[in-house]
Write a protein that binds this ligand. Sequence first.
Ligand code: GLA
Length: 352
Amino acid sequence: MDIKRLASDASVPSLCEAAQGKFRLGAAINSWHLNPDSPEYAVIRRQFNVFTLENQSKPEPIHPEEDRWVFEPVDRFAAFGEETGALLRGHTLVWHSQCPAWFFRDGENEASPELLLRRMKEHITTVVSRYRGKIRTWDVVNEVLRDEGGMRQSDWYKITGKDYIKEAFRTAHEADPDARLIINDYNLESSDAKADTMAELVRELLTENIPVHGIGLQMHLGPDTDMDRLKANVRKLASIRDIAPDFRLEVTELDLSCYRWNDTAEDIVWDDETTSRFTERYTELFRFYLELADEGILDTVVFWGLHDGVSWLNGFPRRHKNYPLLIGRGLEPKPAFYEVIRILEESTKNFK
Ligand code: GLA
């Protein structure tokens, strides 16, 4: 491998081109990466064809006060999609985190279910209609489940029960009937109980004709992710297709931390052994993604970040530097990048 080559160089293979005919391959970005003179922009254009805004389309930044909206960064994102033809994902309409407190208050009191649902619907209608036809997939609700299974006891849930989930999907569908609507969550691959609750909840929603079109598997993975369990839980979620044949899974926030979640050890030493373990994990994952794509279950895989230097994992949950992506902080493709390209190119099946 020539380490001087950058992921933007025309001589370096392109991930999304290698995945063509199998799935779209993308990254979470920020509007400031969309400056055509920046090195990041060249990587964006060469390597990926589907994008999510990392933070700027969440309720808090976009709708900080009931009568104040901040659309500019998302407008910039939408314009980029139109200019380039990239597929854009909207993230996220309803979440317990990064959602301003005013949603849940009525003066001194807690908002009533009616008030909260009215505000939620106004929020969704405004955002989804504004980007109708431009942002083609929405993470409608994010992280509505508890880690140990069952519903997350968020303010949304405490005030409205499951109604907020159902109304969120109905409202988004009314605002853009062509948009793909996703229920997104983390640890679905590692917690059997959480995957069970998700399967149960989605079956319930589909039975009630709620327009939910897919599950977003965040897939923030680590060195301790159990790959057999991951595959079994993903298969369990894919089995929802027995009642909804067009139902899809998307991988929405992929990264592979080099630390276990609660590991407070010193910075990892990046030697040949860690490099090859990292490469092997990514290879095994992408082989599985290809299998799912061939079966028509998966058509989108998005990394959470463009390169190691901008990953959220550098600051969370510990201060150590992290190395979770295929492109390093100097924008250099890692050995795992080339290995993923190799297995993508090896696979020849066509995708619809
Ligand atoms: C979750 C959210 C994302 C993002 C990541 C961490 O997975 O869905 O929006 O906040 O955490 O950056």
